[in-house]
Design a protein around this ligand. Structure first.
Ligand code: P6P
Length: 319
């Protein structure tokens, strides 16, 4: 196992050496993400000072107001990913359609990302995050983004919180790196993360309680009787990060108004499900494993329940 304090770039290269057939393309892909997110982190830290808070007056495909930092983060990721030459195409929460990269015609991978998830929290200084999901290029068209989550080559998130952390998996466990701003390097701080088998925290927006199916209402009522604590930040990356480290359950369920829930499969549910399951947890829609879903559209939404294995299995017994 790599030593605590190993920097991310070196860790990525050490991981690559474990695969004799590796071409180095995935390493360069991950390093491009690392570089872009370090720049995003520095802008978020200064956001209040360089007046890029607030709205742009535009709305994205989700019909949500686009924050200036959303736009900045989206453009920055597109530039760095495109310039890396390691990606054939990308899909973004902020873009209606796929972008095919000029320098990626021979690239092996495609990437879907949410450039700044939870961005409505930016103006009130609550943690936000970047989420990414990497798949192999197969056909060289939009279908490459519609692969089941278990086929992901890599998935990760960067949480811009009290500290900035880069958490990712390539299918061999989950490792977390904390940004040392004095040197601008992500250093290994959470090697081989394993989610507790059971937690004592549930994370869900209880405003929607009256609209949930009866089994879910009963499950949450039971957790309250058993003394579980409620923690809900309203920023998926922050809520999932706490769930990964402390255990318990995070949920954004379907309800009578939103039949498929709110979170998007390609660049929220699927990458987070890959990370949680790689750390020993479970991720389900309540009806099927999230990683087994064959996506139909780029921005499709799914209900999400993810977290500790015992907590998820208990939930499923109520649904
Ligand atoms: P609600 C943020 O807008 C987001 O997309 C996720 O980051 C978060 O988990 C969810 O929506 C919060 O939604 O309806 O509880 O405010």
């Amino acid at each position: 196992m790599a030593k605590i304090g190993t920097d991310l770039s070196r860790f990525i290269l050490e991981e690559e050496r474990k695969y004799p057939n590796a071409t180095g393309s995935l390493s360069l892909a991950l390093l491009a993400i690392e570089n872009a997110t370090k720049i995003i982190a520095s802008h978020i830290k200064m956001a209040g000072l360089i007046d890029i808070l607030g709205k742009t007056g535009k709305t994205n495909i989700q019909g949500e107001e686009v924050q200036k930092l959303d736009e900045f983060s989206n453009q920055l990721l597109i530039e760095h990913l495109g310039e890396s030459g390691q990606f054939f195409a990308c899909a973004s929460e902020e873009l209606d359609d796929v972008i095919y990269f000029e320098h990626g015609k021979d690239a092996k991978y495609v990437i879907a990302f949410d450039p700044l998830d939870g961005s409505s929290n930016i103006d009130v200084n609550v943690s936000v995050g970047t989420i990414f999901s990497i798949h192999k290029k197969i056909e060289g068209n939009e279908n490459d983004f519609l692969q089941e989550g278990y086929k992901q080559v890599a998935a990760g998130y960067i949480v811009y919180g009290s500290s900035v952390m880069f958490v990712y998996t390539t299918g061999n466990g989950v490792n977390g790196f904390t940004l040392d701003p004095s040197v601008g390097m992500f250093l290994l701080s959470h090697p081989d993360i394993k989610i507790p088998k059971k937690g004592k925290i549930y994370s869900i927006n209880e405003t929607n309680y009256p609209k949930w199916e009866e089994g879910l209402r009963k499950y949450i009522d039971t957790l309250k009787e058993e003394g579980y604590t409620s923690r809900y930040i309203g920023s998926m990356v922050a809520d999932v990060h706490r769930t990964l480290l402390k255990g318990g359950i995070f949920a954004y369920p379907a309800d009578s108004k939103n039949k498929s829930g709110k979170l998007r499969l390609l660049y929220e549910a699927s990458p987070m499900a890959f990370i949680i399951e790689q750390a020993g947890g479970k991720a389900t829609t309540g009806k099927e494993d999230i990683l087994k879903i064959k996506p139909e559209t780029l921005h499709q939404r799914v209900p999400v329940f993810l977290g500790s294995e015992e907590d998820i299995n208990r939930l499923l017994s109520f649904l």
